[in-house]
Design a protein around this ligand. Structure first.
Ligand code: B3K
Ligand code: ZN
Length: 875
């Protein structure tokens, strides 16, 4: 397959002013009529009209009213070319597609009998011939025609301008989007659905109609999505002065969806997972996910839709920025400093769990990639989460107000345009009179930078010297890296645990400073430092780097008890835990005795019971680094040893802190009706973490507590926590509980997903058990949520079993990637990535992993998606 390079960008040969689309919707045979008014692009030397189209049957093609003869255009399986086209052309195109046959969930497809579309990144070309690239922006008018009984609801982007009956049992709706947009933002829905709706007053006095559309029986689960939408609109008005620009804004939930949601103009289409919630079926995590994703898609209306990407290499222009915006939104919704810190901690966890490994593996790529084979493979944690970190660093450098000025300038300059990541950086730099030239390297260089810190205190001179050195490991195609521009926040703690005042070069910085590391190595000297301090480095995780500093246990314990920066307070605990987990892992592998020191246990005890701290923070501070984070620290990965080491630590905590865990279990009850607010969710989180630790050290009393919670739970958060505890404790009651859980929720697809994923990720579940679960009547390989809940949860979420010594996990993986690829390449390719880091495993595992990869790679009908991923893994 062909590699596409960023540097080969050419402007489109023709621009499209207007698009009129007509759909005669039929699952077996949908006719799409398109009328495009086009004109030659003065910025292009090309004379031909070039349209993309895949899996389409061309029925008719007219230009300026005349049918084009076979010699007047060229067509292959990807493009339709009309050479020597006139300056202005009106094209009329008729094509046929078969939505019911479309299992890729890309383009126009059928889910549970209803029609939906997904066009980003290149789905529109599966609907009709079009210059399907984001720098072609046009005004769309859409006419939908369909059977009235089957599809009473007909939706598309923008405003409804006409609807009515067609007589023959069919009806129509005509929609007009007043804003020009690229084709990837087109959407339609034709379905039997119901909606919750309200009118909502916008800041300028206009009223907007807000709707959340769901399948019948789900109207009791739309409140939180609606509330989140209203909060998002308000937040964007207040924080960025950005208003909803349409009279109507719709969210539609669909059960078959490849990712989380899609920001189609005025018609966001969502995975049901990010819409449907009530206390009976959704957990606190689900509620938080809904708020974040509703916010994310809404915020795209400005960062993505009004200002879009010139080409797909610029994807992070909209994604990194919009993730940053949704993170800030969620943090503001909590509203407390400590809540903000907890959300920051969760962001750091995601980065370490998923982005750092990506940046260190075969698929490593810059935030703005230089090449790709399949763009859908580049909707990654690097483009999204690292992209958000890059935006966050800009805010750290220019300040919150400066950032707002930069945003204002960005919109003033680029509203209605398709632009590059550089344009965003330039607006930020210009609005603030800052040089962000070196900062560009965050967009162009892949890999996680390592910052090494060394310190020395001169008691005589009362100076404290911090030396920072940075480096970045090679990544595919990038052997050597230039130094990054790194905002590095620091504080210094005195022996009493308080922050010391900071003076650098005679300038006072209060008790916290943001240093700017620009060179490979740089020295910072703090003066008037009265005592040898404990450094608190990279506060608030001010840059997405790996920090190396030789902290002593005593220093970490000091920070864990006192750091005024909650993120670093948490970080100190993670370092204490990680050092011990690595030792334990080595001990397991060597067959040595496993031990955990009192000092560490006591530090956890103190944290657990410190009622002056929010429960949500204490939960974070007591969560251990995951198995994959531990793996990331090791030269050679032995998944079973890691698992046993971590289990040992959990069990020891459960045993040693038993009384304290029970006490916190009781102290953090949330009586009264369920509310997903951060305070209540935090208390439930801590309570259920206590339960999980108790389950790691099973005893009749501990298991009885889990059983009692399962039997009496008043909400899904408590119910799944109890079920998880029973499963992990291998309690006798576990299988009964699983059966009851299924019976109670078998008609709630999202809960059945939980039922599958809890089993898939359980330590006792091996490949044979997963195969058994796949035979369950509720398993459906065509439904991405179901596949993620079982196959992904096992391959990516149960490392000790997936990496079974006999290689059975790898054979299973190869089989599933192959089977999925035939149906849905995007989903298959995500699963393929669970073998990315095969080279780091113990030699006995490497060989069967490589074999499995090779087996997939030689598949005859492999998609570009999977081919790129396994090809890069094997390079
Ligand atoms: N922009 C979409 C992602 C589309 C993925 C295409 N494979 C969702 C989002 O980031 O909001
Ligand atoms: Zn997005």
């Amino acid at each position: 397959p062909a590699t596409i390079y960023r540097q080969d960008y050419l402007p489109p040969s023709y621009l499209v002013d207007t698009v009129e689309l007509g759909f005669d919707l039929d699952p077996a045979r949908t006719i799409v009529a398109s009328r495009l008014t086009m004109r030659r692009n003065p910025d292009s030397a090309e004379r031909a009209i070039v349209l993309c189209g895949e899996n389409l049957e061309l029925v008719a093609l007219r230009m300026n009213g005349k049918t084009l003869g076979k010699r007047e255009y060229a067509i292959d399986d990807k493009t339709l070319r009309i050479p020597n086209a006139p300056e202005r052309a009106t094209l009329e195109i008729e094509t046929l597609t078969a939505p019911r046959q479309n299992t890729t969930l890309n383009g126009l497809y059928v889910s549970n009998g209803n029609f939906f579309t997904q066009c980003e990144a290149e789905g529109f070309r599966h609907i009709t011939y079009f210059p399907d690239r984001p720098d072609v922006m046009a005004k769309f008018t859409v006419m939908l025609r369909a059977d009235k009984q089957r599809y009473p609801v007909l939706l598309s982007n923008g405003n409804l301008i006409e609807e009515g009956d067609l007589g023959d049992g069919r009806h129509f709706a005509k929609w007009e989007d007043p804003f020009k947009k690229p084709s990837y933002l087109f959407a339609l829905v034709a379905a039997r659905l119901e909606c919750q709706e309200e009118t909502f007053a916008l800041a300028d006095g206009r009223e907007a109609l807000l709707q959340v559309w769901v399948e019948e029986g789900n109207l009791d689960k739309t409140n939180y999505a609606m509330q989140s939408l209203k909060n998002s609109i308000r937040w964007d008005e207040q924080r960025y002065g950005l208003e909803l620009d349409l009279d109507r804004f719709m969210i539609v939930a669909v059960g078959d969806f490849n990712m989380g949601a899609m920001e189609n103009k005025g018609l966001n289409i969502f995975n049901t997972k990010y819409v449907l919630a009530n206390p009976r079926v959704a957990t606190d995590t689900d509620y938080a996910g809904i708020e974040a994703v509703v916010g994310h898609e809404y915020f795209h209306n400005w960062t993505g839709n009004r200002v879009t990407c010139r080409d797909w290499f610029q994807l992070s222009l909209k994604e990194g920025l919009t993730v940053f915006r949704d993170q800030e939104f969620s943090a503001d919704m909590i509203g407390t400093d400590s809540g903000r810190a907890v959300s920051r901690i969760e962001q750091v966890r995601t980065l370490r769990q998923a982005q750092f490994p990506e940046d260190a593996g075969p698929m490593a790529h810059p935030v703005r990639p230089d090449s790709f084979v399949e763009i859908n493979n580049f909707y990654t944690v690097t483009v999204y989460e690292k992209g958000a970190e890059v935006v966050r660093m800009i805010q750290t450098l220019v300040g919150r107000e400066g950032f707002r000025k930069g945003m204002d300038l960005y919109f003033a300059r680029h509203d209605g345009q398709a632009v590059e990541c550089d344009d965003f950086r330039r607006a930020m730099a210009d609005a603030n009179g800052r040089d962000l030239a070196q900062f560009e390297l965050w967009y162009s260089q892949a890999g996680t930078p390592v910052v090494r810190a060394d310190t020395s205190y001169d008691a005589e001179a009362k100076t404290y010297t911090l030396t920072l050195s940075q480096s970045c490991p090679p990544t595919p195609g990038q052997q050597s890296k230039a130094p990054f521009h790194i905002p590095f926040a620091v504080g210094l703690l005195g022996a009493n645990g308080r922050d010391l005042p900071l003076t650098i070069d005679g300038v006072a910085h209060g008790t916290g400073a943001v240093l700017e590391l620009l060179e490979a190595r740089q020295r910072f000297v703090f003066t008037d430092v009265a005592e040898a301090p404990t450094p608190s480095l990279l506060r608030d995780f001010s840059a997405p780097v790996i920090l190396e500093y030789d902290y002593s246990d005593a220093e970490l314990l000091h920070l864990f008890s006192h750091d005024s920066d909650p993120v670093n307070r948490w970080e100190a605990g993670q370092r204490l835990a990680m050092a011990r987990l690595l030792k334990l892992t080595a001990a397991v592998a060597a067959g040595a005795k496993l031990e955990l020191d009192e000092t560490f246990i006591n530090a956890l005890r103190k944290m657990l019971s410190d009622a002056s701290l929010d429960a949500a923070f204490r939960e974070q501070a007591l969560l251990l680094p995951s198995e994959s984070m531990i793996a990331d620290q090791l030269e050679t990965v032995n998944p079973q040893a890691i698992h046993l080491a971590r289990q040992f630590m959990r069990r020891t905590i459960g045993t040693e802190l038993r009384a304290d865990l029970f006490a916190q279990y009781d102290a953090n009850q949330t009586p009264g009706p369920y509310s997903p607010d951060a305070g209540s969710a935090g208390r439930r989180g801590l309570k259920n973490l206590a339960l999980a630790y108790l389950a790691a050290a099973p005893s009749p009393a501990n298991n009885a507590l889990a059983k009692m919670q399962f039997d009496t739970a008043g909400n899904m958060t408590d119910r799944v926590a109890a079920l998880g505890a029973l499963i992990h404790a291998e309690a006798e009651y576990a299988s009964d509980a699983l059966a009851r859980f299924y019976d109670d929720f078998e008609h709630e697809a999202l809960v059945v997903d939980k039922w599958f994923s809890m089993q898939a990720a359980a330590p006792g579940t091996d490949v044979a058990a997963v195969r058994e679960l796949m035979l369950h009547p509720a398993f459906n390989i065509k439904n991405p949520n179901r596949v993620r809940s079982l196959v992904f949860a096992f391959c990516a979420g149960n490392p000790a079993q997936f990496h079974a010594a006999d290689g059975s996990g790898y054979a299973f993986w190869a089989e599933q990637v192959g089977a999925l690829d035939a149906l849905n390449p995007q989903v298959a390719s995500r699963l393929a990535r669970s073998m990315d880091r095969w080279r780091r495993y113990a030699p006995a595992l490497q060989l069967p992993m490589k074999k499995a990869l090779q087996q997939v790679a030689k598949g005859k009908k492999l998609s570009n998606d999977v081919r790129e991923v396994v090809g890069k893994a094997l390079t």
